[in-house]
Design a protein around this ligand. Structure first.
Ligand code: FES
Length: 104
């Protein structure tokens, strides 16, 4: 699936990701280095915070449980906030556009 990532500077990067990865892995593998993803994707660090574009929110869905709690600890939580390691990048998300959240 293809994805567009907006870096903190506003620069847009197009990514062509492998099937079956998470959004976090797709961003990291693309060479965008603004996502620390310190815990490696096990939903415990919140350093993979991204903002999903409004148009895509219904497709991506809402954070639940532990992810929701972790996002609450961010000063930069918005309606589109998700932890990118918790979003499997499926074919139905082809064209997804997300922005790297500001650093906490
Ligand atoms: Fe740590 Fe997503 S990589 S919560």
């Amino acid at each position: 699936p293809k994805m567009i990532v907006v870096e903190r500077s506003g620069k847009e990067v197009s990514i062509d990701a492998r099937d079956g990865v998470t959004v976090m892995e797709a961003i990291r593998d693309s060479g965008v280095d603004e996502l620390l993803a310190l815990c490696g994707g096990c939903c415990s660090c919140a350093t993979c915070h991204i903002i999903v574009d409004t148009d895509w929110l219904a497709h991506v869905g809402q954070a639940s449980g532990d992810e929701d709690d972790l996002l609450d600890s961010s000063d930069h939580r918005t309606a589109g906030s998700r932890l990118s390691c918790q979003i499997p990048l499926t074919a139905s998300l082809d064209g997804l556009r997300v922005t790297i959240a500001p650093e906490d």
